[in-house]
Design a protein. Structure first.
Length: 95
């Protein structure tokens, strides 16, 4: 995924509310299944991470277990996209 594709997806996700929330129980199978389900219908998913978590570690685990690509992370919110999606498959809003 190129830098302009990442920027386009992050810009589009800016207006979205988080669709999945990782709770205090952490990254459970239910959370993984929910991310997978949302990625079937959408190119990107906005995920809210718990404040007491290590965001980098959780982002890596989510990317490995779903599988998906981490588009970006700001604080305790991250955006992921379908893994290995070709540039022509992603609608980046004209970028």
């Amino acid at each position: 995924m190129t830098g302009s594709e990442r920027r386009g997806l992050m810009t589009r996700a800016n207006t979205m509310n988080p669709q999945v929330t990782v709770g205090k129980a952490g990254l459970t199978e239910a959370v993984i299944a929910q991310i997978r389900a949302v990625l079937k219908d959408s190119e990107v998913v906005k995920v809210r991470l718990p404040k007491e978590s290590d965001g980098d570690e959780l982002a890596g685990r989510i990317a490995a277990e779903v599988p998906c690509d981490v588009v970006g992370r700001r604080g305790f919110t991250m955006v992921v996209a379908k893994a290995g999606a070709a540039s022509s498959d992603l609608d980046v809003g004209g970028l």
